[in-house]
Design a protein around this ligand. Structure first.
Ligand code: UD1
Length: 424
């Protein structure tokens, strides 16, 4: 661990949705240190603020350029100090491999505090290691901070739900994004003094990079017309829908996936549907022989050449996009159809109608005050919700504390807790 006037923080990232949640915290640590280093008028070393050293660890859960490196570049995240290079595997194999490799790093670095974000396997694996580590004979170990705590879908078939519950019960500091998180943690008996309502660091990233994202050339690259439109087709831009699907429960069973695609046929007859496809989903499309629903930019995804009217009726599959390009596409879409958690929140903040292809959401605020509608996974449910959302007027009620300052609040709490722990 560090000297009395410096503290070591370790931040974990592993999979795509971690990067935009961790980036603002890493930036806030930089800003905090710059402020601490500035003259503060006190010569009393006892009153001088902490200097924070951040060690950034990438587990390597996601490793493709488009799923990882691109996000580091887009979000100005520094190169990781440690890369565990874990890669893909079954849940048990991936989680165990992260744990084995991370334990060595933790014993070597001995941070004061570990930050884990979101609900992916890297999140739970690293929290579990830290909760049982001993740095000395007294069993010293780092504080564990969980960013995005308290969210619950109440669906334990979802791997992320297990990760959320376990991580929350291991954490010493729980940073909550929305009211439901406070209620859930209270109901699970988590002591209130551990829980801090801070808002949403993913929205910090959205607000910090919105201007840059608006300058992305992606609309022109995809032939959808120039930028400058709000919610759909203003200024001559094409009205289009944006689609993402990657949940195992939606794409790993042929029948379910087929149902969803049939539910989307009506939408793709009305406007282009742009689909940046996750590697998991691309594999399933090939494996299940579902290519007929898709076209690529220059024609058909597979098989014989389609007629041009037929191309318009197909979903247009593109490779996974970087953060800025995706934010730009999302910000100009007429409607977004998704099974992602984060996109429900980003569309709420942007005021873009969203259809969530799931039976439940761990982010109920997006339905209560936001632009999100739960469609389920039936054909009719998807058709109905999509029609409703295409006709809806975009609402812009942004949830409490989704104001771009969540990382700053988190750092304030973290510094207080480190100081407090040292004073006992
Ligand atoms: C993971 C998260 C999920 C998150 C999603 C975002 C867990 C349990 N799931 O799911 O919560 O919403 O990331 O993308 O942590 N693959 C590649 N290249 C990559 C990464 C993955 O080709 O860079 C392929 C591999 O075949 C892999 C499959 O995608 O087996 C799934 O990857 P994995 O990380 O296991 O889960 P995701 O579905 O990405």
């Amino acid at each position: 661990m560090e000297t009395s006037k410096s503290a070591k923080i370790m931040t974990i990232v592993g999979a795509r949705p971690n990067f935009m949640k961790a980036a603002p915290i890493i930036a806030a640590i930089r800003t905090y240190n710059e402020r601490s280093a500035a003259p503060h008028g006190s010569n009393d070393p006892g009153n001088s603020p902490l200097i924070l050293h951040n060690v950034l660890v990438h587990t390597g859960q996601h490793y493709d350029e488009a799923m990882s490196d691109r996000f580091f570049a887009d979000l100005n995240i520094p190169k990781p100090d440690v890369h565990l290079g874990v890669g893909s595997g079954s849940h048990a194999a991936q989680t165990a491999e992260i744990m084995k490799r991370f334990e060595e790093v933790l014993l070597r670095e001995r941070p004061d505090l570990l930050i884990v974000v979101g609900d992916v396997n890297s999140t739970v694996a690293c929290a579990l290691v830290a909760s049982k580590i001993s740095f000395d004979a007294d069993g010293a170990r780092p504080l564990i901070a969980h960013v995005e705590a308290g969210l619950r879908s109440f669906d334990r078939c979802m791997p992320e739900e297990i990760n959320r519950i376990v991580t929350d019960h291991l954490a010493n500091l729980l940073f909550v994004t929305e009211e439901s998180g406070l209620v859930n943690l209270r109901q699970e008996g988590i002591p209130e003094q551990k829980v801090h309502f801070v808002g949403n660091t993913m929205i910090d990233s959205l607000l910090a990079f919105k201007h840059k994202a608006d300058q992305s050339p992606i609309l022109n690259t995809l032939g959808l017309g120039g930028n400058g439109s709000q919610h759909g087709s203003a200024n001559g831009a094409t009205r289009y829908a944006l689609l993402t699907l990657h949940r195992p429960s939606n794409v790993d069973q042929r029948e379910t996936f087929l149902n969803i695609l049939e539910g989307l046929e009506e939408l793709s007859s009305l406007c282009p549907v742009i689909f940046p496809a996750h590697p998991r989903t691309q594999k399933r499309i090939a494996e299940f022989g579902l290519d007929r629903f898709f076209s690529t930019r220059n024609g058909c995804q597979g098989g014989e050449k389609p007629k041009s009217t037929e191309v318009n009726r197909r979903i247009r599959m593109v490779e996974p996009l970087g953060y800025l390009d995706f934010m730009c596409l999302m910000g100009h879409a007429a409607v977004v159809i998704t099974d992602s958690g984060g996109i429900q929140e980003e569309t709420t903040c942007l005021g873009i109608p969203c259809v969530t292809v799931r039976e439940n959401t761990e982010r109920p605020i997006t339905v209560q005050v936001g632009t999100n509608v739960l469609a389920g996974t039936s054909k009719e449910g998807i058709r109905r919700a999509t029609r409703q959302q295409l006709e809806s007027k975009p609402a812009r009620a942004v949830p409490e504390a989704w104001d771009g300052r969540s990382a700053e609040r988190i750092l304030n709490v973290i510094c207080c807790q480190i100081e407090k722990r040292r004073s006992v």
